[in-house]
Design a protein around this ligand. Sequence first.
Ligand SMILES: CC(C)(COP(=O)(O)OP(=O)(O)OC[C@H]1O[C@@H](n2cnc3c(N)ncnc32)[C@H](O)[C@@H]1OP(=O)(O)O)[C@@H](O)C(=O)NCCC(=O)NCCS
Length: 173
Amino acid sequence: MKNIKLYVPQVEDLWFRKVCMEDRKTMAYNAGYNVSYGGYHYESGCIDFPEEKFERWYKETMPRVFYAYVLDQDLNKFVGYCNFKLDKTSGRASMGIVIKDEFRGQGYMTPALKLLIEEAKNQGVKVLTDSVPVSRENALKVFYKLGFKNAGQFTGEKFGKEEIVMQIELNLE
Ligand SMILES: CC(C)(COP(=O)(O)OP(=O)(O)OC[C@H]1O[C@@H](n2cnc3c(N)ncnc32)[C@H](O)[C@@H]1OP(=O)(O)O)[C@@H](O)C(=O)NCCC(=O)NCCS
């Protein structure tokens, strides 16, 4: 069993977010989307995250979302990150989870997601949601195993081709 915890980074820890977001293998899942935010690279999915943006990103993001690194306490290494953003009016929170490429396939997703679910419960989240392309079978399998249910689907576009995306949610009440 992995010995992990969720670690809320300080500004000086943001180098790890930078390494992940600028790593082609880690970000390949994010490639090919017609999005317009600055620093996004369509071909690779990478997003520029220069050091001079750390402070501002931190100040703007951290009060609005729960954002944490997955820390492997045996390796003493960050292996990924996860987040959720609570809409206080509805009690719904959209989430995300990314494990850095070199640490994939080693069983981090289930324990990391369990910790994120606990944190969401503690923060009063009623429904945790995510949107997951059907092609990410392994990820979807873990979400379903932990109790997420289908709540709809939509057709998006990746590299100009249709991509079916499942909207999934977990009721925490
Ligand atoms: C999805 C993601 C978070 C999974 O992280 P991970 O640490 O590699 O996942 P795990 O090693 O825990 O594996 C997840 C499941 O896939 C299965 N799996 C892993 N590697 C596999 C392989 N090579 N072949 C077949 N099944 C595999 C495992 O059985 C596991 O399920 P289990 O825990 O019930 O046994 C990671 O691939 C990632 O960051 N992807 C990009 C972002 C993303 O898709 N986020 C989630 C959805 S939006």
